[in-house]
Every structure is written in structure tokens, then in C-alpha cells.
Design a protein around this ligand. Structure first.
Ligand SMILES: Cc1ncc(COP(=O)(O)O)c(C=O)c1O
Length: 442
């Protein structure tokens, strides 16, 4: 069968699709696997219990009695393309209670997961734009500016045609973490960013960053965010902030950071990392014209977004339990996981040239093996043979030609969502293999 260019674009094998297949196969395999590779959130009892309780309160599991009528009405009808109105109302109340944003329902749309939101937004603001200054009907090709790579792997292939990214490599600062050496932190290279020809020449359609960042756990500082917001306004382009791991839920963020919104900012949220990735629920907060555009795209692509996540989350958002759960359970859980993993890593590789990105949030650690004798894509293969899965760094640089950028081949992303035994076993394998590589090269 022949596929259109669109079909070919989305079906061609990419490095990352093969990697994702590996991760999927590992989960199905009957061999024990130390899964430190995926993006699934941890299974936390208190979280699961609350979701189950909320689900039961909907009455959907009640085959003897009469199910709660509002839940059935919501499930038995499409919402309008903007998304479930009761959930949107609850979100308006929630955000206005916790932030000074003065939102109305016109500022919020729902999507089937935030990945779906990035598909819409990156195609709305990246790609071919008609150039009004040009009488020959020519188009201008605009890119999404990623102010600090490494960035989220899932952005890479969402453009319907080609890839439209401009990316800036980071400054790397050596820092301490809880008084200890052996850590680094990425910072935005604003000089390089401001001098990007694409920015100066009007070929950037939006700026986007994840905060905390997947894969590194970096949290851009409030000062960095304020500068990005100012640059976005100056160039009359939106600033998209991906809060999949950020404030106010799941709030896996340990540094002192604040979240701002104005009508030049597009905030994306998700229910996935609080523990509901299967619900596929994403939330966009933006100016009404963006919400109208997203709703129109929802109508074409999905008719309407799913209402199941909305039904579960509405009561939790309405009475702030989602925030308590995030602050009191989810955030401390991952902070402890990061501590445990760092202790294990230091034990295994304390005398070797490992530096760790300062853990400031998200569900990963980002490890840099300075001058590793092989690339981390090769390291990935060796670790896979030994039953341990991580993700090598080269995939996390959308918009960058990494062939000559050594740092992009020296890092790995390691999930900290696994249980303690898996962390211990997986890190022991990483330690043994990496020690061997450095020792052989001496
Ligand atoms: C930074 C970031 N953004 C967005 C997403 C997409 O999440 P979802 O579509 O489940 O909301 C992910 C998933 O791993 C992520 O890590």
C-alpha cells in the first residue's frame, strides 16, 4: 500500500520509535527487566486509593444500584469540542483560587493528553505562514524555539510536515546539591538565543519549554522565565510552558519557582504524572483566540476530548484535593526517590567522572558520564543486553545537529519512578558497566 507524504512522515521508523518499542517489549517480557527507561509515573498507594475512591463515588461500578446520574450523563454524551464544561468550570475556580489570573471558561480547553496539545500548538505556531509583506503569495517557514535543549523527546516529530525547531544549547554550570559536589545545572544561553538569525528575522512562531524539564529535572529559574516572557512579547509570539511535571499539579518541583500567566502565555497541564496517564487528559490555559483554535482542531481530530479523566478529576480539583495530593504525597515521594537514586549512584560511581544534573523536579535523573569512551547510545545497547533500560541522550535535542556535540552523546536519562529494588539492581548494572568502560580506557 502506498501512503501519502503525511502518512510516510508519521510511519517512518525513527530512533525514538524503536526505543519506545524496546521499552514496550521489556514490559511484556517474562525476563526480569530493570525498567529505568520509560515515562510512566510511579505506582503510589495513597494516590491509587484516592483515584479508586473518586471513581467509586461516581457510581460507575455500581451494577446493583442506580449509577450517579451526572457521571452517566457526562459519559453518555460528547462534550463540546472545548471539553467537559463542569471540569473547565472547576479548573477556572481552582486556578483563580491559587493564582491571580482572572480566568474565565474562555481561557481553558481540554485535549486528549498534553501530547495532543503539543501536536496542535506546534502546528499552529510552526510551519508555513503566509507572508503578507510578499505579493507573490510566498510563505515564511516558522519554527518553535526551544530556549534550552536537552528537551522533551515527544516534541520532535509532531509537525505534520518536516520538523520546525530552533534550539539553543545550554550553559553548563558546576553546582553543589545539598552541600555535595558532583552536580551541574543547565542555564539558558540568552546571548545565543537573542542572536539567533531565525528570531531576529521573524522566523520563530513560539517559544516553548518544559518546566521541570524532561529529561533533565532542570527547573528554569523565575528570572529565566521572566526573560523568556519578555522576549516572547517583544517578538509578538507566545510563550508555551509545559507543566506536565510542574505547578500546581503534580508539583514535582523542589526549587523555589513560581508560575505566571498572561494572555501571551500558553500553559499546558496534564493529569498523567499525578498518576492517570491512561486517562489521556491535557489542559490548556491561554487567550480565548488560542482556545477557540484548539477547540476547532479538537472538533476535526477528536469530535470532543475524552470525559473520563475530567469526571475523576473534577471533584479533586473542586475541593483542592489534587493540590494536597501533589504537595503532601507525590512531590515528597519523588524527592525521596531522587535521594535514594543519588546515594546508590554515588556508591557505585563516586570515584568515576559521573556528574548528575541537580535534581530540581520531574521523575528522572540526568547523568553525565564525562569523556565516556563510547557513546551513550552504545551504552544503552550494552545495558539492554544486561536487562537494564535507560534512554540515551542523543534523542533529547530536537532541532540540534548533535553529530559534533560531544555532550549530547555522554548523558543518559534514568527514571526514578521504579521501586527501590529495581533502582538498586538497575544502578548496580549501570555502575558495573560504566566502571568497566572507564577502567579499560585507562
Ligand atoms: C515534558 C512532557 N510533556 C508532555 C508529555 C505528554 O504527556 P501526556 O500526553 O500524557 O499528558 C510528557 C510525557 O511524558 C512529558 O514528559
Amino acid at each position: 500500500m502506498k501512503f501519502s507524504k503525511f502518512g510516510q512522515k508519521f510511519t517512518q521508523p525513527t530512533g525514538i520509535s524503536q526505543l519506545m518499542d524496546d521499552l514496550g517489549d521489556a514490559l511484556k517480557s517474562d525476563q526480569p527487566v530493570n525498567m529505568l527507561g520509560g515515562g510512566n509515573p510511579a505506582k503510589i498507594n495513597a494516590v491509587n486509593e484516592l483515584f479508586l475512591e473518586t471513581y467509586k463515588a461516581l457510581g460507575l461500578d455500581n451494577d446493583a444500584g442506580v449509577p450517579n446520574s451526572s457521571a452517566i450523563i457526562s459519559m453518555a454524551n460528547y462534550s463540546n469540542p472545548q471539553g467537559d464544561a463542569a471540569f473547565i468550570e472547576a479548573l477556572v475556580g481552582f486556578f483563580n483560587r491559587h493564582y491571580d489570573w482572572n480566568l474565565t471558561a474562555e481561557n481553558i480547553a481540554l485535549t486528549n493528553g498534553s501530547q495532543n496539545a503539543f501536536f496542535y500548538l506546534f502546528n499552529l505556531f510552526g510551519g508555513a505562514f503566509s507572508d503578507k509583506s510578499n505579493t507573490d503569495n510566498q510563505t515564511v517557514d516558522k519554527s518553535i524555539l526551544l530556549p534550552l535543549t536537552p528537551e522533551y523527546i515527544g516534541y520532535s516529530d509532531v509537525h505534520v510536515e518536516g520538523q520546525h525547531f530552533a534550539a539553543v544549547l545550554p550553559h553548563i554550570d558546576e553546582v553543589t546539591h545539598e552541600g555535595e559536589e558532583g552536580f551541574f545545572k543547565y542555564r539558558v544561553d540568552f546571548e545565543a538565543l537573542e542572536n539567533l538569525p531565525a528570531l531576529k528575522e521573524g522566523r520563530i512562531g513560539a517559544i516553548c519549554c518544559s518546566r521541570p524539564t524532561n529529561p533533565t529535572g532542570n527547573v528554569l529559574t523565575d528570572e529565566e522565565m521572566a526573560r523568556l516572557a519578555e522576549i516572547a512579547k517583544r517578538y509578538e509570539i507566545p510563550l508555551i510552558i509545559d507543566n506536565a511535571y510542574g505547578m500546581p499539579f503534580p508539583n514535582i518541583i523542589y526549587s523555589d519557582a513560581h508560575l505566571n500567566w498572561d494572555d501571551n502565555t500558553i500553559l499546558c497541564f496534564s493529569l498523567s504524572k499525578i498518576g492517570l496517564p491512561g486517562m489521556r487528559t491535557g489542559i490548556i490555559v491561554a487567550a480565548p483566540e488560542v482556545i477557540e483554535a484548539v477547540s476547532a482542531m479538537n472538533a476535526v481530530v477528536n469530535l470532543a476530548p475524552t470525559r473520563f479523566g475530567a469526571a475523576i478529576a473534577t471533584p479533586l480539583v473542586a475541593d483542592d484535593r489534587i493540590k494536597q495530593l501533589s504537595d503532601d504525597v507525590i512531590k515528597p515521594f519523588y524527592q525521596q526517590q531522587a535521594k535514594t537514586a543519588i546515594t546508590l549512584l554515588k556508591k557505585e560511581l563516586g570515584d568515576y567522572p559521573l556528574v548528575i544534573h541537580k535534581p530540581e523536579g520531574a521523575i528522572f535523573l540526568w547523568l553525565w558520564f564525562k569523556d565516556l569512551p563510547i557513546s551513550t547510545s552504545e551504552l544503552y545497547e550494552t545495558l539492554k543486553e544486561k536487562g537494564t533500560l535507560i534512554v540515551p541522550s542523543e534523542y533529547f535535542f530536537p532541532g540540534v545537529d548533535v553529530s559534533d556535540y560531544k555532550h549530547a552523546h555522554e548523558c543518559i536519562r534514568m527514571s526514578i519512578a521504579a521501586d527501590e529494588q529495581t533502582l538498586t539492581d538497575g544502578i548496580a548494572v549501570i555502575g558495573e558497566v560504566v566502571r568497566g568502560l572507564y577502567d579499560e580506557a585507562k
